[in-house]
Ligand binder design. Structure first.
Ligand SMILES: [Zn+2]
Length: 61
């Protein structure tokens, strides 16, 4: 097993999952950052941002 290849795969996977919409789980460009009820920073895509604001998620500047 190639250790370097494994590491690259895992870092790529983490990069992709960190840029995923918390509501629809899609990888969309133009992601916006919000803070949820628990104080966790989440990514919300433009399509879900109206729903996020209705849920009173705070926008991160
Ligand atoms: Zn979304």
């Amino acid at each position: 097993m190639n250790g370097l290849r494994r590491t690259l795969f895992h870092s790529l996977k983490r990069l992709l999952s960190s840029n995923k919409c918390a509501l629809c789980h899609q990888h969309v460009p133009g992601m916006r950052k919000y803070v949820d009820d628990h104080g966790n920073q989440i990514n919300i895509c433009p399509a879900c941002s109206t729903y996020a604001e209705r849920r009173a998620y705070r926008k991160v500047k």
